[in-house]
Every structure is written in structure tokens, then in C-alpha cells.
Design a protein around this ligand. Structure first.
Ligand SMILES: [Zn+2]
Length: 247
């Protein structure tokens, strides 16, 4: 027994996000013209935040069939992203998907009725999409190296931006050395500037200036900062992590 969405619910889900995929890294347009002038092609999917049937991805048995088939349990995605989230439900949790949904609806709301003229930059939203990794104290021969690797999500809340500079600082210690900025599945350094069309995710691997030690040291308040191409030297977007986990 599957608690599928009705056609009305599917249509509403698509229209609430302007017929675009709700994955912030994707945003693909999901409808367009067919050769037949009276018909349209749909390549979007009303995905379930929690599965329509037992055993499905993120299934929640606390929901009633009506709740499972309700629009509030749906997310509009392109076919590729719909396949991805159902193939990897550990990574694509219902919490993450709810975030995508809220973001996509907010974006559609902000753009509703507006022309495609470039809008003034509203800045960057910096998010850590998963709990920040413990700061590792990896053995490096005789000593330890204080390194930190974490995933960051950058969302351009207006026009597309280029990140021209970025850094990690620790209160009372100063700038950490950025060792690597890389994408999960691509690997290697991302060349700068880093283009943020709508959103981008990447990993930062940084090393404390208090690098080599004989034992792990505690870490203070951390600030991640990014400077986009519209900002002057010294201006920056910041994300403060008050108490980074340590190991
Ligand atoms: Zn997509």
C-alpha cells in the first residue's frame, strides 16, 4: 500500500517552487514544451520526505496515510535528484530535505512576479550542512598536526557571486593555513574564484598554526570567512563556530 500524492498535490508542489528542482545545488527547470503545441513535458518528481510505503527511504510509521500523501510530506525535484535522495537516505535525511524545501519555496517567493533583471546582491549564506568534524590531531611522524576538515555550503542570496578569498581564524591564535579546498566527488583543489551560481558545497581542510605538538590541544572560537567579488579588501561574510568539537 503506497500513500502516493494526488495530481493536485504534485502540481501544487511543482508550482510552489516555480517548477524547479528544490535541491539547492541543482535548481534544474523541470517543465518545458513538447513538439505538440498543446502539450508540455515534465521532468520533475514529487518526492517523499518520508516514504510512501513501509521499507521505503526515510519511512516514518508514526504518520497516517493521509499525512504521508499530504503536500507537507512532498518535495519537488528533478528526476536525477529524486533518484539520488532515495538511493542514499542516510545522507539525504528528511531534515536536510525539509531545509531544501524551505529554501526553494523562499527563493520562489522572493522571485515571484519579478523580471529576470539582475538584482542587488543580498549576500552569502554560509551553512555547515553536517555537524563539523572533530578537529583531528593526526599523527605526523613524531608529532601531531592540528587539522580540521569540514563541509561548507554557500548559498548566494541574490545575484551569483564569485568567492575570491576565504579563510579560517581562531580567536587568540590567528589565521589557520588553508591546505585544501575541494569537492567531494571531484577531489583536488577548487580553483579560485569559486563561482556561486545559486549554491555550492565544498570541503575545507585547514591547519592550526599551533600545528605540531606532542599532544592534542584545545581549540577556541573559530570564524570561517569568505570575500566575494563585490566586496572590498577587509569586507567579508562570516560564520562563527563558538565551540568547535575537539577530539
Ligand atoms: Zn535536481
Amino acid at each position: 500500500m503506497r500513500d502516493d500524492f494526488t495530481e493536485d498535490v504534485k502540481r501544487a508542489l511543482a508550482q510552489r517552487v516555480a517548477n524547479r528542482c528544490s535541491n539547492p545545488e541543482c535548481g534544474a527547470v523541470t517543465s518545458g514544451p513538447q513538439i505538440d503545441p498543446a502539450k508540455a513535458v515534465n521532468v520533475g518528481v514529487a518526492a517523499h520526505l518520508t516514504a510512501a510505503s513501509p521499507g521505503g527511504p526515510r519511512y516514518d510509521d508514526a504518520l497516517t496515510p493521509a499525512q504521508r500523501g499530504h503536500a507537507s510530506n512532498g518535495l519537488w525535484l528533478c528526476q536525477t535528484c529524486a533518484k539520488r535522495i532515495d538511493s542514499d537516505p542516510v545522507r539525504f535525511t528528511s531534515e536536510l530535505l525539509r531545509e531544501w524545501k524551505a529554501g526553494a519555496e523562499a527563493a520562489a517567493d522572493a522571485e515571484l512576479g519579478k523580471s529576470g533583471m539582475p538584482r542587488p546582491a543580498k549576500g552569502l549564506r554560509i551553512a555547515l550542512p553536517e555537524p563539523v568534524n572533530p578537529i583531528g590531531h593526526l599523527s605526523s611522524g613524531a608529532g601531531y598536526v592540528s587539522r580540521w576538515r569540514f563541509r561548507v555550503r554557500i548559498v548566494a542570496e541574490g545575484q551569483a557571486l564569485d568567492i575570491v578569498d576565504l579563510g579560517v581564524t581562531e580567536d587568540g591564535v590567528g589565521a589557520w593555513t588553508i591546505r585544501e579546498v575541494f569537492r567531494e566527488n571531484i577531489g583536488g583543489q577548487i580553483p579560485r574564484p569559486i563561482a556561486v551560481e545559486r549554491s555550492v558545497e565544498f570541503w575545507i581542510d585547514a591547519e592550526s598554526p599551533r600545528g605540531s605538538d606532542t599532544k592534542p590541544t584545545s581549540v577556541g572560537r573559530m570564524t570561517l570567512w569568505f570575500r566575494d567579488h563585490t566586496q572590498r579588501e577587509g569586507e567579508r561574510h562570516e560564520c562563527v563556530i563558538d565551540r568547535p568539537p575537539i577530539r
